[in-house]
Write a protein of this length. Structure first.
Ligand code: NAD
Length: 415
């Protein structure tokens, strides 16, 4: 498998888009680096009475189109470069779906699996005490990411409001609904992805009733299975996987039963009527649609030549390496890139911010309808760029996102 620095890859993607857009040197330099990086340490009192110092980041990549927006990760392998790359991708993602937001990301270098509930709460509150002055409803709005969740956001929001002596729910998104969260957030990422698949099937004349497979049966993967049937009216789910293994049934699984089974047993393995297959072979099945919904670099130069799907919908962040991207493009496989396919989550986060500002909340069907409008429009804008510039969809999505951010920087007189 290729090994590379995510931020170098992200910078290379910007360069490629900038070349197509004929951007000047100053704009390229501006867009190739974060505007603001906050690197800090903070203490947390552990259950055993000792104090541990944690290293953390918050990066605001570009705010020309609006406040920085992006998650906070609790992860042992976090580095400044992974956060820079992710903050940059959030910038292009919010621009591709045309949200009035910039991009950001944060993280704490820690292993949350080794921390108790109380230590996690102390960690969340300590992080906010250290960065409260840099975030806000009009400056930078965090959300959950790897190993953080709505409960983390609830603690963080409470700490932030305590510091400000004011009710400010819109400063975090993906909060529990009881304290300012929105309807429709839980399945927003998968819903956005399936909407883009629906549009791609129409354009490419791919049968949505055909076979599909899902790598990674967690939050995004499970929701994608259910929504694929709901939004496309059909489809046969023939293979799924999780970290413990992959399963296959050529006749198709009952997605609802499979989700219940996974929730009950913790794995998809041994589901009735299934045959175990290898992780690798799931990706290489003859399906119409493949949803990578697990980790980075699942499709690399080692397996890209064997991929047979007609459409690859990247629900995961960065599941395809740059080398694999070129191979898939040459094979004529239509990749719906992560900055478009997984943009449903941030889109509904934006809806949450709007509702929090007005203190007036929408019904679920309104959220779904508005999400559908945003993602459908974004898909077609990217597809137009594919044709206009004669480039593969990832580069086309970058061209659309980078062009919008560059234009905002220019209008502001930054470059
Ligand atoms: P999750 O932790 O709920 O699910 C991940 C699943 O992948 C788990 O079932 C896990 O067992 C499985 N997995 C891990 N290693 C695997 C492997 N080698 N092969 C097959 N399966 C494996 O996470 P999630 O929230 O569903 O996110 C999945 C991906 O989608 C991540 O890349 C995430 O960054 C991206 N994403 C999620 C959201 C969201 O709103 N949940 C938004 C944008 C992007």
């Amino acid at each position: 498998m290729e090994s590379y620095n995510s931020f170098k890859v992200a910078q290379q993607q910007i360069l490629e888009a900038a070349k197509i857009l004929n951007l000047d040197e100053a704009t390229i330099e501006l867009l190739s680096w974060p505007q603001k990086e906050i690197k800090f340490t903070f203490p947390v009192k552990l259950d055993n009475g000792k104090v541990k110092i944690f290293h953390a980041y918050r990066i605001q990549y570009n705010t020309a189109r609006g406040p920085a927006k992006g998650g906070i990760r609790f992860h042992p392998d976090e580095t400044v470069d992974t956060i820079r790359a992710l903050a940059g991708w959030m910038t292009w993602k919010t621009a591709v779906v045309d949200l009035p937001l910039g991009g950001g990301k944060g993280g704490v270098v820690c292993n949350p699996k080794l921390l108790s509930e109380r230590e996690l709460e102390n960690l969340s509150r300590g992080y906010i005490r250290a960065i409260a002055q840099f975030i806000g409803v009009d400056t930078d709005i965090p959300a959950p990411d790897v190993y953080t969740n709505p409960q983390t956001m609830a603690w963080m929001m409470d700490e932030y409001e305590t510091i400000l002596h004011a009710h400010q729910p819109g400063v975090f998104t993906d909060k529990p609904q009881q304290i300012g969260g929105t309807e429709g957030r839980r399945d927003a990422t998968a819903r956005g992805g399936v909407i883009t698949v629906r549009e791609a099937c129409k354009i490419l004349d791919v049968d949505p009733a055909g076979k599909f497979a899902i790598q990674g049966f967690g939050n995004a993967g499970q929701r994608a299975a259910l929504l694929h049937h709901e939004l496309l009216g059909a489809g046969k789910l023939i293979a799924v996987s999780d970290s413990r293994g992959a399963i296959y049934n050529p006749d198709g699984f009952d997605s609802t039963e499979l989700v219940q089974y996974k929730l009950k047993t913790g794995s998809v393995l041994n589901f009735h009527g299934s045959k175990p297959i290898s992780h690798e072979s799931l990706l290489e099945l003859d399906v119409n649609i493949l949803y990578p919904a697990a980790l980075e670099n699942a499709i690399s130069s080692a397996n890209a030549n064997n991929i047979k799907a007609k459409i690859v919908c990247e629900l995961a962040n960065g599941p395809t390496t740059p080398e694999a991207d070129l191979i898939l493009s040459k094979k004529g496989i239509h990749v719906i890139p992560d900055i478009l396919a997984s943009a449903g989550g941030v889109t509904v986060s934006y809806f949450e911010m709007v509702q929090d500002k007005y203190s007036y909340f929408w019904d679920e069907d309104v959220v779904h309808k508005r999400l559908d409008q945003k993602l459908t429009k974004a898909y077609h804008r990217v597809y137009e760029a594919v044709k206009e510039k004669n480039v593969h969809p990832r580069l086309a999505a970058m061209v659309v996102g980078v062009a919008r951010v560059a234009e905002a920087c220019k209008l502001r007189g930054w470059v």
